[in-house]
Design a protein. Sequence first.
Length: 318
Amino acid sequence: MAAGERINKMQGFLLSIWVVTPILLMLCVGMLVRRLGWVDEKTLNVMDRLGFKLLLPTQLFYSLYRAEWNVSVYGKPLLASIVIILIILVLALLIFGRLELDPKRRGPVIQCEIRVNFVIFGIASLYGSENTGLIAIMAAIIIPLTSTISAILFEVYRGGRVKPTMLLLNIIKNPYLIGAALGLVFLLLRIPLPQPVEKTVSDIGGMATPYCLIVLGGSIHLSRFGDYGRSLWLAVLGKSVIIPLVFIPLVVLAGFRGDALAALAVMLACPTAVSGYTLANQCGADGELAAQLIVVTTLFSVVTMFLTIWVLTSMALI
């Protein structure tokens, strides 16, 4: 093996560690803050509500508002990413609809399989600014799509008899969906925001990930990891092992190479989205399970991201 190849592989591993470390540190900050007694469960619930109703919807809106659409460049990989997500969704519904009997756990488990942490694990963090356009438009479409699907799942699995009118009303009122819908309107109609307004929206949206990570960390109870053994590890197995092993080779066989393959591979290898905890918690699902799935898949992502980059670069596919 040439020295240059060894250096590239080591850089891929170190960069994966570099990307994951801030996430873990912010989770630890949240755990420490609760441990020191600076916040209690009631305060964390209020903070969580703020993230759900304001910060994360603003982040979704801004990601769509800033997107630039180019069908000739982005059309094929974007279509592939949507098809992959929908296939994974159908498989997760079929499998976990039977294996997971608790409706409050079923939503977070299925959400874990379809949602991706594009914000933190974007191609630009690993490969450079030349890929920013592709990863931005994929994130701008995939994040609202999977957030919308998750919101619908949580409404369906709230428990009791589902009333279509009430279900539709709750879906329409969901802050995630409102943010995504407004973002699409501004994107498609090319409506510009005044500079001071755009700066404000950008700053609020930029708070979402670190804020929600800290709240998530404060809400984690390590002593309860054993409570979710089967539900937790089946979901992690699907997300961190089976999905990358099955779908990345299929993407390669479909003929994707270079930036498009790298973007799709990162989508399939990265952990579940941090915002999934806030959405699950605020929609009446099992927020603690959602939190644990984020933590464990993030830890696993150090290995999956490294192996993905190492294998694809070794085969000169990206």
